[in-house]
Structure formats: structure tokens, C-alpha cells
Design a protein around this ligand. Structure first.
Ligand code: SF4
Length: 85
């Protein structure tokens, strides 16, 4: 697998309003105990949360699904970065 298959999904928890359009597009997104979006750690290489941002790293080939979730978020709370190392 090359580096370009790796991508990060970042959720801005300040922007997220628990609409959960993302969960419908991508089942790797889950609701956390605060009622905001997070990522199921079982589905990711790693998931980190610093309070404001949840950052999940994937290398699973499901980039398009993540992009669909990001596009569906009405608050632009999800960003996807491709080709990270
Ligand atoms: S769609 Fe956006 S606002 Fe809604 S839960 Fe997902 S990240 Fe949060």
C-alpha cells in the first residue's frame, strides 16, 4: 500500500452540531457521548481527539465514502486530507 492510500479525516467538534448527515453516508462515523460526531476506532488506523478536533487516519480504500460524508455535513465540520504520511 502506498502513502497516497492513506488519508486523514478530521472532525471539528466546535463546528459539529450533531446533525449526523455524516453517519448516514459513512458508517465509520459514530455519535460520541457528547452527542457529536466521532469515528469508530475499530475502523481506523488511529483516532486522536484533542478536545476540539477528532483526527482519524485510514488506509482502507474507502476515501470516497469519507468524502461523501464530508460533503454531506451542512456545517463543513469534516475535512479529508489525502496522501498523508
Ligand atoms: S454531519 Fe457534520 S454536523 Fe452533522 S454530525 Fe456529522 S460532522 Fe457533525
Amino acid at each position: 500500500m502506498s502513502d497516497t492510500d492513506t488519508y486523514d479525516v478530521r472532525i471539528d467538534r466546535e463546528a459539529c452540531d450533531g446533525v449526523f448527515a455524516c453517519l448516514v453516508r459513512d458508517s465509520r462515523f459514530v455519535e460520541d457521548e457528547d452527542g457529536l460526531a466521532s469515528v469508530d476506532p475499530e475502523t481506523a488506523v488511529s483516532v486522536e481527539c484533542d478536545g476540539e478536533f477528532v483526527t482519524a487516519r485510514f488506509d482502507d480504500g474507502n476515501l470516497d465514502q469519507a468524502k461523501q460524508a464530508a460533503a454531506a455535513c451542512p456545517l463543513d465540520a469534516i475535512s479529508v486530507t489525502e496522501g498523508v504520511r
